[in-house]
Design a protein around this ligand. Structure first.
Ligand code: CLF
Ligand code: SF4
Length: 512
């Protein structure tokens, strides 16, 4: 699968103490299955399952970390966007790993990570092939880790071909979160995405292959839902192939009980050696992706904070600390497992309290609409939507220096509140001594990455980038440093409203 595992039958063997600031808060209309409003609507049982999971909960991703154990080298299908042979430690692309681990090595590494990073709450197996095409290795890892660290949630991501035959075993291992990559429900479209599958000891090609895969995915989804296992569906948006069709996919998987839909952009570069990369298939633009996510959102909860991680990713979403935990570094580590467990539990208690306080404030703090309605009779919506970029290093705060940000979270502010709608990756503006003099091209790349944004909120920013952003029509804002993100975003939106900058467009419309 794409986002979280990945390619072909070839077996390519190849901080602690996060400071808790004064309680955060904010208002969020939310886009993911765990935004404050949606969290309130969930049953206690489901809320407990997603509360600490950084992928299933947008809120939780500000606080909790995950890691992937790359124990599954083989895959039973071929996707046109996948080539697991490509490995670059500097890129973050699914299906790519630096080390394939045995279950023993994976458990050792997981325990080392969980000792060093108390935010770590989930172990996912997502590749580099398909976890369920490697069932012995996958389930051996889960079994051993559950014995040593039962507090870590287990998570798996699959293309779905072998899913129905594995559902019982997944349930036996108390796996509460399963992702299925479903790119289509129409075999004719599937034939353009999957050249072949390996099925019952033979290779099946074309439309027949796609039909089998789709049937297995849908059956697996139904079986998981029947066992109360939360299912997230990942879909890769491939312009001209399945982009329009994904609305239908969203409708069907929601009707069958999927919890969350994650529509991700195709990554296709010729240097990756994938079929799509070599044939010049284009990736969607950021606005195209957002439009499709918005269109699907009418039907179900959409994930907007996916970072398309590597199959050996470590850390908070958006960061990759895998280099700190290579096998040669993990082997000599001496770990006090009891103390590590105590640190994780203490962290979680603190984080949950922080999240609870945030949600309480989210209900108490008036949104833009509520503020306005206190002062005026009912009227047409005031103020258009504004897209803002936020530099953060976690804890749901505006707490990153502009120059150090490698990515910006995107929030859409309307009178109903602030909601996260995506993220944009960039180069750091401050690239260190070796890149001195490269500031011009870096700021140009950042400005391009922030296309469509009207404001950038950050903890600090230098004069040079400030001027360049302003010249590009993006207002830098460091006035809300260390404030909770949604509160800061809404404060800026209200300032713009008060200054008469939001009156011209129709409701829901942003500046062109
Ligand atoms: Fe990993 Fe996937 Fe589990 Fe998360 S990732 S197996 S559900 S623990 Fe998360 Fe990474 Fe996106 Fe996947 S950000 S690629 S959605
Ligand atoms: Fe690659 Fe297999 Fe994942 Fe497709 S399902 S992206 S071929 S590992």
């Amino acid at each position: 699968m794409f986002a979280e595992n990945d390619v072909g039958l070839q077996t390519t063997e190849k901080t602690v103490a996060m400071a808790f600031p004064a309680a955060g808060g904010g208002c969020s209309a939310g886009s993911c299955g765990s935004s404050p409003a949606q969290m309130s609507a969930l049953s206690d049982a489901i809320r407990a399952k997603v509360a600490d999971h950084p992928c299933y909960s947008e809120d939780a991703h500000h606080y909790f970390a995950r890691m992937h154990a790359a124990v599954a080298p083989a895959c039973n299908i071929q996707c046109n966007y996948c080539n697991r042979k490509y490995d670059c430690a500097n890129e973050s692309r699914p299906g790519v790993v630096s080390e394939v681990l045995t279950p023993e090595q994976a458990v050792k590494k997981t325990l080392a990570v969980a000792a060093a990073i108390p935010q770590m709450s989930v172990l996912g197996i997502a590749g580099p092939g398909d976890p369920l095409a490697n069932p012995q290795r996958t389930f051996a890892t889960f079994r051993r880790l559950a014995e040593k660290a039962p507090d870590i949630k287990l998570c798996v991501s699959t293309n779905g071909l072998a899913l129905p035959e594995c559902v019982e075993e997944l349930a036996r291992h108390n796996i509460e979160h399963v992702t299925i990559t479903i790119n289509c429900v129409d075999p004719d479209i599937g034939a353009k995405i999957y050249p072949w599958i390996f099925w019952k000891n033979r290779r099946v090609r074309g439309r027949a292959a796609a039909a089998i895969l789709i049937e297995q995915q849908q059956k697996g989804l139904e079986m998981l839902v029947a066992r109360d296992i939360l299912v997230k569906v990942n879909s890769v948006m491939i312009p001209g192939v399945n982009d329009e069709h994904l609305k239908e996919v969203s409708r069907i998987v929601k009707a069958k009980g999927a919890f969350l839909h994650n529509v991700m952009p195709l990554i296709a570069e010729a240097e990756h050696g994938t079929f799509y990369g070599l044939m010049g298939q284009r990736s969607p633009t950021a606005p195209e992706l957002k439009n499709l996510q918005d269109a699907c959102e009418g039907g179900m909860n959409m994930m907007r904070h996916c970072r398309q991680c590597r199959a050996d990713a470590v850390g908070m979403l958006g960061e990759d600390r895998g280099g700190e935990f290579t096998l040669d570094k993990v082997e000599p580590m001496e770990i006090d497992h009891e103390a590590a467990l105590a640190r994780r539990l203490a962290f979680r208690e603190q984080a949950r309290a922080e999240l609870k306080a945030r949600r309480a404030r989210a209900h108490a703090i008036p949104t833009g609409a509520q503020v306005i309605s206190l002062h005026r009779p009912p009227r047409k919506p005031a103020g258009r939507a504004v897209l803002m970029a936020v530099a953060t290093k976690g804890s749901n705060l505006v707490n990153e220096h502009f120059g150090y940000a490698r990515e910006f979270l995107l929030y859409e502010a309307t009178e109903s509140g602030a909601r996260m709608v995506g993220h944009r990756r960039t180069d750091k503006y401050c690239g260190g001594i070796e890149t001195c003099g490269d500031g011009d091209s870096r700021i140009e790349r950042i400005v391009r990455a922030l296309d469509g944004c009207e404001v950038v909120l950050c903890a600090r920013i230098g004069y040079e980038p400030w001027s360049r952003l302003e010249a590009a029509g993006i207002k830098p804002d460091a006035e809300h440093a260390m404030e909770p993100i949604e509160e800061a975003v809404m404060a800026v939106w209200r300032e713009m409203l008060k200054a008469g900058k939001l009156q011209s467009a129709a409701p829901g419309e942003r500046r062109a």
